[in-house]
Write a protein that binds this ligand. Sequence first.
Ligand code: MG
Length: 186
Amino acid sequence: MTQTIPGFQSDDPPLRIGHGYDLHRLEPVTPHGPGKPLVVGGVRISWEGPDPNDPPKGPVAHSDGDALLHALTDAILGAAALPDIGQLFPNDDPANTDRDSADILAEAVRLMRGAGWRFANVDLTVLLQTPKLGPHKPAIRERIGKLLDLPAARVNLKGKTGEHVGPVGEGRAIETHAVVLLIRER
Ligand code: MG
């Protein structure tokens, strides 16, 4: 039997999936270079390189460079068929300089809810050679859960290295992926 929701056409499924991706170059942090402090999923993380004498690295970005929140924002906007993060928050707009990515995410969530959707779950992947993400996972899941108003059990986070090859593996970039499932609320 086809389940219908009032005001919703039965051939239009009450679920939407969205995928988001982001990459930021990692460079030595100011004053050693153009990098900003490393923030992943709203949590500040100390960068640990192979040589302790090397200056810490962080993302080169117009905003605060939180690649995980950027991928998540794009996944939410994509699932709701809204304009993407670059259209809504252009990187040549001075209002977005050093902007807290949690603000950007909050605006995407507001638009998504306004369009009649709510979250089922989110699944996130971070590719970062160093530092190891494991110790930071609980804090990141809790922070993102708070930002989305979701229990941490519906916010999954996976960490991977770049196996010492390519931009991620050579410590020159952080890469992130996000998948979001939305449920039609009205
Ligand atoms: Mg970004």
